[in-house]
Ligand binder design. Structure first.
Ligand code: SAM
Length: 204
């Protein structure tokens, strides 16, 4: 297996010691600015019910939990390595019921329709088998007028594009419109060094 195949597989689903030690560092450092951008665009309210898909090290979950009062945040990630890191980071919030983490694939898990105020996902769209179908599921489980914040980059590095598929702003915009986000879709971009990263905000 070439390094780009190995790295792409690890980015999709971190595993083993490499996942726990190296990928967690790469996510924490490399994805911090995009997570901050996502956080700002989520506009979470104190009583919201929130969901993050593909939470990685659980840093964004932790930041959102800090600002919730009666609300709660759930997270879904199918990597054992990431679940164990995110559980440690959010130990206190899991204890008091503010955070709930599921070790599962978002495409497989059963979730109640119309049940979340806000859903976010950062740097995960590249790994979805069928982004259009997954984004439709997001629309179904959001409450009416709920918000989906979907963050992604254009060029995340040396990758195998069979595993790590890049999408343009227009492609992501089309997925969101076709999924039924009738309240409007806005595309927001920021510079990261020479590269651009994007955060779509879609209203159901
Ligand atoms: C590149 S990491 C990004 C992690 C984090 N959002 C960040 O910005 O640092 C992608 C994460 O999504 C998870 N993931 C990918 N596809 C998934 C799916 N279909 N269901 C649940 N988790 C998924 C992976 O296990 C991994 O932790």
């Amino acid at each position: 297996m070439s390094f780009s195949d190995f790295f792409s597989e690890q980015a999709k689903r971190p595993s083993g010691l490499f996942g726990k030690l190296i990928m967690s560092l790469i996510f924490s450092k490399g994805n911090a600015a995009l997570n901050q951008f996502t956080y700002e665009l989520m506009s979470v309210q104190k009583d919201d019910k929130v969901l993050e898909i593909g939470f990685g090290t659980g840093t964004l979950i932790n930041k959102i939990a800090q600002q919730l009062d009666k609300g709660m945040i759930e997270g879904i990630d199918f990597s054992d390595a990431m679940i164990s890191i995110a559980k440690k980071r959010n130990k206190e919030y899991i204890k008091n019921g503010k955070v709930k983490l599921y070790n599962d694939s978002f495409d497989e898990i059963n979730l109640e329709p119309d049940s979340y105020n806000t859903i976010c996902s950062v740097n995960t769209i590249y790994f979805l088998d069928n982004p259009g179908k997954t984004i439709k599921k997001v629309a179904e489980i959001l409450k009416p007028t709920g918000r989906f914040v979907l963050a992604f980059e254009e060029k995340p590095g040396k990758i195998n594009d069979n595993i790590f598929k890049l999408y343009t702003i227009d492609e992501v915009h089309d997925f969101l419109i076709q999924a039924g986000f009738l309240g409007g879709v806005t595309m927001n971009s920021r510079n990261k060094g020479k590269e651009l990263f994007h955060c779509a905000v879609a209203i159901k």
